[in-house]
Design a protein around this ligand. Structure first.
Ligand SMILES: [Ca+2]
Length: 489
């Protein structure tokens, strides 16, 4: 079978009709959900762009790869998905965003426009100062109608052209299976959208829910710091409303674009023999808990879509076993009949997708964050109904019961941390976290590395460079290379 992985940017799992969303229209994703399997507890391994995509590509966790933040992209020195596939005669074709290092080596990757990140987001180098991102307020103004073609439409056109070249129509012999990755930018801000979608959601969304407009007393000190970093504390109600209009409109545009890909697969006779995986690098916080964008472990940001549809995959199935982005690489290998790479934390999703049990799979998933806006390291374990969030530097951990408190309003450590039952759950979660890494050691490595790069780049102030792109530095700086913690294969 062929394999198609579509990864969007910033799409929360809850913002899909098939998961009960009442506003955003996602006809294509709803159809894929109906014809395939939805993993309801899929998580990003790091809730920000570049590290999340590094984990996806290399099948390893950020603390193994050293890709701590948006300044430090994966560079292929530790072999990843494309390198492994190349060893077995397969190519990873790619269109759109991958967030790789501009000077990396990616054997086996064929990418027309690699989507390599050249501007360095320097936010992580100032994470302990408590400063807001310079000029971040401008981000809340970039909402409205888009003129002309979006970048995603260009990526879509290339994708459709590529698929047509591989058409199965009129062929008598079966083709070699292919693997295509498509990285869309929607629904990532800025929220410039099609007029018709703006008009639709603008009419529909007339007010801001109460829950977005209250004192956010549930935030601990690191999350308060994150709130200040993005100046989420300083936006007015009308901006909040417009951000919702823009976000839902971009979700629908994304869905349309995926719809065009699906139609092309059908027209070219390849739909039934293609394993389709739809996911996102992380979600959008969308004002919940007083936070915008990402970088938290709340569900809006950490819980991503994971829909798998294809040969032998159960139709209409919903799987609540936790999975994460590192599972995609082994899934691609199994689908392409390529041996499973050794020593990776992920597991193929195909067994679960076929409705079988996977007894070798861990009963939890892991996520971590070491980057901008967050002065301490943050880790998440998702196990049974629990979400456990560990912070370094002695900050009290958090525990949420997502079955009884899906909005994560009651931190059980704060309310019942002395209860023996809760202490038992905390110990079980912490043991799972420590089976993956030593959280304090990993965070210390992140900070040491970030301090070193900051020194090498000579960054004394956050608001360097062109004021229009403040918080980023441009090509005059060489993009840092990560320091790997795992031994090269
Ligand atoms: Ca992203």
């Amino acid at each position: 079978m062929n394999v198609l992985v579509i990864m969007s940017d910033e799409h929360s799992n809850s913002v899909m009709g098939c998961n009960g969303h009442q506003v955003a229209k996602t006809a294509t994703l709803d159809r894929l959900a109906q014809e395939g399997t939805v993993f309801t507890r899929a998580y990003t391994n790091c809730p920000v762009c570049t590290p999340a995509r590094a984990s996806f590509f290399a099948g390893r966790y950020v603390h193994e790869l050293g890709t701590w933040d948006n300044a430090t992209p994966y560079d292929g020195k530790q072999p990843g998905m494309s390198h492994h596939l190349a060893k077995h005669g397969q190519t990873m074709h790619s269109f759109g965003k991958l967030d790789l290092h501009p000077d990396g080596q990616y054997e086996g990757l064929s990418a027309s426009r690699p989507g390599h990140r050249k501007r360095i987001d320097i936010g992580a180098f100032f994470r302990q100062t408590g400063e807001a991102k310079p000029l971040v307020e401008e981000r809340y103004k970039r909402i409205g109608i888009r003129e002309g073609q979006s970048n995603d439409q260009r990526i879509l056109a290339e994708t459709v052209e590529w698929l047509k070249q591989r058409s199965n129509k009129g062929r008598t012999e079966s083709q070699e299976p292919w693997f295509l990755y498509v990285g869309f930018s929607h629904p990532h801000f800025p929220f410039y959208v099609k007029q018709q979608y703006w008009d639709y959601y603008d009419k529909l969304i007339t007010e801001v829910p109460e829950s977005l407009n209250r004192p956010f007393t549930e935030l601990n000190a690191p999350l308060q710091s994150l709130r200040h970093y993005f100046r989420s504390d300083a936006i007015d109600e009308e901006t909040i409303r417009r951000m919702h209009v823009g976000y839902y409109a971009l979700v629908q545009e994304l869905d349309d674009n995926i719809g065009t890909i699906i139609r092309t697969l059908e027209e070219e006779g390849m739909y039934d023999d293609t394993l389709i995986i739809y996911t996102s690098d992380h979600g959008e916080q969308l004002g919940r808990h007083g936070l915008w964008f990402k970088c938290s472990m709340y569900e809006e940001t950490a819980n991503v879509p994971m829909i798998v549809k294809g040969p032998q995959i159960a139709q209409g199935q919903r799987v609540d076993i936790p999975v994460s982005l590192v599972d995609i690489y082994p899934t691609v290998c199994e689908a392409l009949n390529v041996p499973h790479p050794e020593g990776l934390p992920g597991r193929s999703l195909l067994k679960l997708g076929r409705g079988e049990q996977d007894k070798e799979r861990n009963d939890f998933v892991f996520s971590e964050y070491h980057a901008h806006g967050m002065p301490v390291g943050m880790y998440m374990i998702r196990w049974r109904q629990w979400k456990y969030v560990y912070y370094t530097d002695g900050v009290q951990p958090q525990l949420f019961d997502l079955e009884n408190d899906p909005e994560e309003m009651r931190d059980l450590v704060a309310s019942s941390g002395e209860s023996p039952a809760i202490r038992e759950v905390l110990a079980a979660c912490e043991a799972r976290l420590r089976s993956v890494c030593d959280p304090d050691e990993a965070e210390k490595r992140a900070k040491t590395y970030q301090a070193k790069v900051k020194r090498e780049l000579g960054l004394e102030r956050f608001d360097v460079g062109d004021p229009a792109s403040s918080g980023y530095v441009d090509r005059e700086y060489a993009v840092p290379h990560p320091e790997y913690a795992v031994k090269h294969q």
